[in-house]
Ligand binder design. Sequence first.
Ligand code: BTN
Length: 257
Amino acid sequence: MDQLRELIKGEIGRNIVSLGIVESTNSLAMELAEKGASHGTVVIADSQTKGRGRMGRPWISPSGGNIYMSVILTHPMDLKEATFLTILAGVACCGALRNATGLPVEIKWPNDLMVSHKKLGGILTELKSCGREMLYAIIGIGINVNIALEDFPPEVRKIATSIKDEKGKTESRTFLIAEILNELDRWYHVFAQQGKNSLLNEWRKLTSMMGKPVQVTMGEEIISGLAHDIDEGGMLIVRLPSGALKRISFGDLVVLR
Ligand code: BTN
């Protein structure tokens, strides 16, 4: 951990809680936030027994050099702005992974980290609010780094990949974590000082899905159309076959190739 601390440039990652096995780094980060943990505190684990993914799914979290971490953000923010943190986290993680590994990592809405159409990582942002104020945000980040794909269940192997699998060699987890935390800090300041525009533009550069046919499953409802853009709130805009534009706030997206 000393090596990691030396690589940290900003406020995010200045305080690190590093553990072996936890239920979920997001749950632990939430407990720490409730007890008054400072802005930028990070919880890192080697493995999780109850890792959580989006839409209530489990996040399989074996030990073996993957990243499971959660960042606590407590600076005051309007709840409407806070929903944008998920876009910010996607941009920071994708940029950091590109810089650190040279892999052509892309974002698939809302914030899946993809390489060669397979999932390399995911981000789960959880917020606690009071009225219109955000009290704190937890940004949970899971990245498949040094895992051999045989260690995942067969159904996950078909849709997931790891840095080791893509590059044919292992990467330093410490270096990757530092790169991600430094990028989060940098984009957090850009967002706080300049607003959303440069982040939205960066997000658009890091995705290749715009203009492509997509299918989004939102519970019972399935929507098909062309991915058109994301809006200021991080919602996906889909052009329906009728030509109408529809905004989508959540769901599972498949790019139809
Ligand atoms: C997704 O479904 O794509 C989001 C996955 C997020 C997983 C990470 S691993 C660290 C943190 N702790 C959790 O329980 N989940 C997130």
